[in-house]
Design a protein around this ligand. Sequence first.
Ligand code: BGC
Length: 725
Amino acid sequence: MKLSRTDFMRTKPVLILFAGILITLLNACKTPDTDLIDQKVEKLLLQLTLEEKVSLIHGNTYFTTPAIPRLGIPALHLSDGPCGVREENDPYSWNSAGWLNDSTAYFPALTSLAATWNTDLATEFGTAYAGEAIDRGKDIMLAPGLNIHRTPLNGRNWEYMSEDPFLTSRFAVNFIKSTQAKSIAVCAKHYALNNQELDRLTINVEASERALREIYLPAFEASVKEAGVLSVMGAYNKFRGEFACQNVYLLKDILKGEWGFRGLVMSDWGATHSTMEAAQNGLDIEMLPLQGTKDSYYMGQPLLDSIKAGKLKADVIDDKVRRILYVMVKLDIIGKSEPDTSGMQARLGTPERAKTALKIAEESVIMLKNEQILPLNFNKIKTLAVIGDNAVRKHARGGGSTVIKAKYEISPLEGLQKQFSNTVNIKFSQGYKQSKDLKTVDKALIALAVKTAAASDAVILFAGLNHEPGLDSEGADKPDMKLPYGQDELIKAVLKANPNTVVVIIAGSPVEMGEWLANAKSLLFTSYLGMETGTALAKILSGEVNPSGKLTYTLPYKLEDSPAHLLGEYPGKTGTVTYNDDLLVGYRYFDTKNVKPMFPFGYGLSYTSFAYANPKVVLAGKNESLNCTISFDISNTGKTEGKEIAQVYVGDLESALPRPTKELKGFAKVSLKPGETKNVKVTLNQRAFQYYDPAKKQWVLEAGKFEILVGSSSQTILLKQQVEL
Ligand code: BGC
C-alpha cells in the first residue's frame, strides 16, 4: 500500500506518537545506570589520544596495564588464580617480587568446590576470595577456569570443575556474582576448548557445532548472560584453524554478538599471534608479549603504525577502549588513587576466610568405599600409622599459575596430630617419594611402611598425585592414569600388612585404582583442599563431619575406557585434535553406551543412608517461561546426620538428532537429621530440554516425551517421571 501525501499528513501525529512510545520503551530497557556508565565511558574516550588508546590495549608489566594519570585512568592490577591471590610477581619476569607481606588464604581447588555440589559455597567462596583480592589491591582475578574435563590426562583438570557443563555453569555463576558484587572483576578462562595442556600453544581443535554449544561453551555463556562476567581470557589453542585470541567466530560472533558480552577479552599470557587479526577479530587486551620484551606487543607499536597507515580503522580501537573503560567504571576505580595495601598482611588469610576454606574442604571430600571401617573410632586406636608422601606434602606452592604463597597449610598428618596426638600414638612413614621420571619405586620406603602398618591398630594411607610437572600441573599432561612413584605396589603391600587401612587419594583428576581397589575396605577421594586440608580430613576420618562430596567427573577403570581416547583423538594428529567423541564426554558416554566405569559421575557415599520417594512433576508456562518442577522426598534412613546430593537428569525419548541418553539439568543438596524427611523441589527451564540445532543455528525444544530421572549418581537412578512437552 502506498500512502499519498495527504494520508501521510493525516497519519503523521499517530506515527510521531508511535515513535515516541518506541523511544520511551527502548529507554526503559536501558537502566539509568547503563546510561551513566556509557556517558562516563564516552566522555573519557573523547579525551584520549590515539597513542593513549593503543597504550591501553596491551599489558604494561606482566600483570598490569598502563595508567593514564592525566585522565584518572588507573592501571588494572591482575592476578592469578583460582585458589586465591598469587604472590606478588616481579613486574617484568615470572619471578617472585620477594615481598614478605603477601602470603594469603589458600582456598580449595575449583574441583573441590564443585565436588561439594553446594552452590551456596561458591557464593561464600567468591566473597572471601574477593576480600583477599581487595586487600592485595587487585582489580581483576584470573579465575574461574571453566574448561571441561575431556580427558583424564589434562594437567589442569584439577583447576576446572567438572566434565559436565551444567554443573560447571551453576558454580561459575554464583562464584562470579559474589566476587563481582565486591567490585572485583573476574576473568572466565580459557575461552575456549583448552582441554589439554599437551601442545596447548599450537594445537588446533576441531569440534562439531553441537559439541561446542552443548558441552564446551555453556559455562562461558552462563557466565556472560547470567553472571555478567566482566572479563574473559582467550585460550592458547586454535579452534577450527584460528587461534582462540583472534578467532572471529568465538570472540565476535558468539561472545560479543550472540551473548552480548560487554566486558573485555584479554589474551592468555603470550597467546596473541598477530596485529591485524587480533585487533580485528575481537581481542581487547594483549597480555605478555610473545617475545617477552615490552616493545614487542602485537597490539602496541605495530598496531599504531597500521592505524596511521590507514590499514585499520580507528573505531576498531575505540571498541576495545570502550570495553576496558566499561570495566573500570563498573569497578568504580576511575579517578581513584592506587589501592592502599599498607598493612595488608594482617588482613590476608583471616580466620573468617580460613573458615570458608575449611567449610568447602569438609563438604568436598568424597567417600567411594566403606566396609565398616570409617569413621575411625580414635578412642579405641592406640597406634595409628599414617603413611604416604601426601600425608605431609603441601600443595599450595605448585601447579603452575594457580600457585599460592599460603599463610599456612595444614597437612593431613598435622591435622591428625592436632586432633588426636594426645591420646593416639601416631607414627608416620613416607612410603613413597617423588622422582622426576614418576616411575621410580623406593622398595626400602615400602618395606618401612609395611613394618609400621603391621605394628599399628589402624592405618591411613595418603596417596595420589601432586603438582609436580607431568601430574596435576600446568603446561603438560599426565603420561597415563597410573599412580606415580610405585604407589600401587605400596598400597597393595600395606593393605596386605594391615587390612584395617583407609586409603585416601588426593588427586585432581582420575587415577587407576584397579590393582588394589577390591582389597581396600575404605576409600576417600579428594582434590586439593587448601589451607585447612588436614583439619577437614581429620574431621571426616573421625566422623565429626559426615562426608558429603560427590564426583564431578567419571572415574574410568583405565584410560582406554575414556571416550576422548576411545572414540575421539588425543593428543591429536599433525597438530589437530578432532573431538570425535562429540557430545559423549564423561558420563554422557558411559550412560549412553551402557559402560560401567569404576565409579560413576555424581557418586559418593555417606556415613548414613538415604531413601527417595514420591516424585511429582508440575509443568507451567511455555517457551521462555517454561517451568518444570520435579518434587520428591528424601529421607535419612540411617543413624547419623548427613547431607545428600540428589541429581536430576533429563532424557529426550524422541528426538530428530541423536542425544546422550540423559544429561544433568538440576541438583539439590539437602541436610537431614536421622529419621528426617524433606521434600525437595528442582525446577527445570526450557534449556533443560533443548538441544542445539546446527541447521537452524539455534537451541530448539522439540515437542515430545521426555524422561526426568532422579538419582544419587548418574548410574543410580531412583525415581522416574515422564513429561510431554
Ligand atoms: C595460564 C593462565 C594464567 C596466566 C597468567 C597462563 O600461562 O594459562 O591461566 O592466568 O598464565 O599467569
